[in-house]
Design a protein around this ligand. Structure first.
Ligand SMILES: [Zn+2]
Length: 523
């Protein structure tokens, strides 16, 4: 007897339909799996056999052939356990065939028949909805994810026995209602103060953060240990605009495919902040594997990717970032197919100025030799640095400033005017109104800058001087204009004043090896 059950396999962020066909035929008992299954699916034979027996059903005592159609596409993961088990029950006459009509399902089975979560359920639910599924059955731990997709019946059960009872009508179906994406949150009223840091001496850092948030610019912070680099980076997602429905669905989908979906709703409301350790591999950072999974840069999509101790990352790993930072997506090519994951992030990197960390400090002496410092900076490739628009030198805070911090815990928090959400939002709105494509200032092309930049003539004269003095590359020179445009937007100016160009030049450290001379160019 033949039975069919519908499910799907993952390809990047998309799910593609798979029909699980189960055929029972006379012959020696055994289960044969065909249709390019991976090791995890091969092993499902044993899991399904035990799950059926322990749930009180008869295991197959004849020859069983299971086909995962279409047969020319690779399938992976344990999510086919449930459709295989249901197919076996129908084929062996323990469940009526019409019960499976139009029913989509996915889930891993425990040996006791319990239903365990699998990855990529949002993509599966989306596909099932498009294909007009009668209902989708998912494990309880995946129910919240599946419910993000509207117009789809979601059923769940704790174990196989319970599910079969529900399908037979012996007990009521457990339906999960559509759980809409988060409501559009209004911008947070305050969170912009640098809690615990005190704003004293941090104005420049606050300005750089506001620029990164408003214009989407990448940011590099160079400073001695303990000057607040990590803390500053963590403030950035709070300054970014609230997620819209499409963005939050995409982010949830990426996390679901990576198997990182947490039922906690924070993820859906908040922009991601990912901070991979410097020992992470290229695959962990960009994604990859036999069946490609998204890496840290895709998990940070629409949010912030923070690389602390930038110089400690292996240089080949950092070099892999260059293309995704430019394109906003990662392209992973495997033998048979190419998978594309979104990766539009704001990169925030932090590093010490030298191996000991104290080069350029006014009080503490640096113990490194010149060649040690050079080697340290050579680990970060020039082309990557070239892609970072804002380069900020942070100083160690003086004892007086730390004292102010302590006092700040006694009195109301100090605010920086740059970190007012309303100000950053206003700058972003100005930017979007000007750019018809709606892209941020970081992504402006040379033609866009020429058309909508609105630079004053003497500003451009200064710009040319900066290029000459610093011997800037074409990319860096354009970045300088983009940053100047954001500075003007943040100040509420239509035209880009000469001061904005001078200010922007202060965010390009030509000599990052701890030299202080790389400040703003005076007029
Ligand atoms: Zn040093």
């Amino acid at each position: 007897m033949l039975a069919r059950c519908l499910s799907a396999s993952l390809h990047g962020l998309e799910a593609k339909p798979v029909t699980v066909e189960v055929d029972l035929a006379p012959g020696l008992p055994g289960i044969q799996l065909v249709g390019l299954p991976d090791k995890a699916i091969q092993e499902s034979r044993e899991r399904v056999r035990s799950a059926l027996r322990n749930s009180g059903f008869r295991g197959p005592l004849v020859r069983v052939v299971i086909n995962l159609a279409p047969a020319d596409r690779r399938k992976e993961g344990p999510a086919f356990d449930l459709p295989i088990a249901l197919g076996l029950l129908v084929a062996s006459g323990q469940l009526d065939r019409p019960k499976l009509d139009g029913l989509w399902c996915a889930g891993e089975l425990g040996l006791d028949g319990s239903l365990r979560p699998c990855r990529g359920v949002i993509a599966l639910a989306d596909l099932a909805m498009q294909q007009g599924a009668r209902a989708l059955v998912v494990p309880p731990a995946n129910a919240t994810e599946a419910a993000l997709i509207p117009n789809l019946n979601i059923w769940t059960a704790h174990n196989l026995k319970e599910l079969v009872q529900q399908l037979k009508g012996e007990c009521p179906l457990v339906r999960i209602g559509h759980h809409p994406s988060p409501p559009k949150a209004t911008p947070a009223a305050i969170p912009m103060e640098l809690v615990g840091l005190g704003m004293e001496g941090m104005e420049r850092a606050a300005h750089a953060l506001a620029l990164a948030a408003a214009g989407g610019h990448h940011l590099l912070m160079v400073g001695p240990p303990g000057c607040g680099k990590t803390h500053l980076a963590r403030q950035l997602p709070l300054l970014l605009p609230p997620l819209n429905t499409a963005e939050s669905l995409t982010i949830s989908r990426i996390h679901s495919v990576a198997g990182e979906f947490d039922i906690c709703e924070q993820l859906l409301h908040q922009r991601p902040f990912r901070s991979p350790h410097h020992s992470c591999s290229g695959v962990a950072l960009l994604g990859g594997g036999h069946t490609p999974k998204p890496g840290e840069i895709s998990l940070a999509h629409s949010g912030v990717l923070f690389l602390d101790e930038l110089a400690e990352f292996p240089r080949p790993v950092l070099d892999l970032l260059r293309q995704p930072l430019e394109d906003g997506k990662v392209r992973l090519s495997r033998m048979r197919e190419t998978t594309v994951f979104p990766a539009a992030v704001t990169l925030v990197a932090a590093t010490n100025p030298c191996p000991c960390g104290w080069h350029g400090d006014h009080e503490q002496a640096c113990r490194c030799t010149c060649s040690q410092r050079q080697r340290y900076w050579q680990r970060i490739s020039g082309p990557l640095l070239d892609r970072i628009d804002l380069q900020l030198r942070l100083e160690r805070r003086s004892s007086r400033q730390i004292r102010t911090c302590l006092d700040a815990t006694q009195r109301p928090q100090t605010h920086s005017p740059w970190l007012e959400p309303s100000r950053v939002n206003a700058a972003r709105e100005r930017m979007q109104a000007r750019n018809p494509s709606g892209c941020n200032n970081r992504s402006l092309t040379a033609a866009d800058l020429h058309r909508h930049g609105q630079f004053k003539a003497d500003g451009l004269t200064l710009w040319e001087r900066v290029i000459e003095q610093r011997r800037l590359t074409t990319r860096s020179s354009l970045q300088l204009l983009r940053v100047a445009r954001t500075i003007a937007d943040l100040n509420g100016h239509e035209m880009v004043q000469t001061e904005a160009i001078a200010d922007a030049s202060g965010y390009r450290c030509t000599d990052l090896m701890g030299d202080h001379s790389a400040g703003a160019v005076s007029r």
